[in-house]
Design a protein around this ligand. Sequence first.
Ligand SMILES: [Fe+2]
Length: 291
Amino acid sequence: MGDFLFLYISMNQSIPDPKEILAILDLDHPGAHDKAYRKRREMIAGLAKEFRGNIDTIPKLVYLDQEHTVWYRVNAELESLHHTLACQEYLDMREKIHLPLDHIPQMQDLSKRIFEITQFSLMPIEGLVDSRSFLGHLADGKMFCTQYIRHPSKPEFTPEPDVIHEFVGHVPMFASDIIVEITKLIGKKSLSATDRQLQMLERIYWFTLEYGVIEENGKHKAYGAGFLGGIEEISKLQTGKALVEPFDIKKIVETDFNYSFLQPRYFSIQSFRELYQELERFFVSDTYQLA
Ligand SMILES: [Fe+2]
């Protein structure tokens, strides 16, 4: 799931008022009928109003024991999956930022840690933002981020980003120089994108930073946050149920996706530097320029 995916509204839809968020989530959310959970999420989302743009103002949240328990349970399972299925860059970066596995860390602390390393930072989000705004902030090295955790009834999969997706899936990779370069490159292109170019950027973002696969020693390893923060998602690489194709940017920009379901196909790169160069070449190609 992508953060712009929680927040993602396709170009053909209008952007709802933030007050409508929970109504929207009702459609397929595991916590749809849990009033206490919904109220808690509403409170956490509301805290984002306190954010004033700098890291020191990211609101600190006292997480409940049951929320820490969900974090711990999911991470205990993810850790063993990461051992065999996460790419080396991710494993190195997760260690570098000292991501705790036994309790939910504060977004403010994580943001400070990655800012010290790559000058990338996180911004709490109260409501919905369209993909143009989401991608546009990436250009500045800033990512909108949620602070609530998934519903305990379905810890293995969440239809939209939560702290496990954000903090476990995305944040370690933002300590990586090359991942930040790729992220900013996609973000910068969004600033002047036509609607069709924006759609291409959404798909590129989705099939790289959300669901990207890299080949390491002949094996498919995950580098996308959707994999790294999701038990069901990353398990697909293990079970061989996922269709993994060689990276093909022209195919990617023609491939639609649905963020509410597990993905049927992925694209595998050979190296992050090669991905960066591939993107640079694509952005000056007629396919992108004339779109
Ligand atoms: Fe994401």
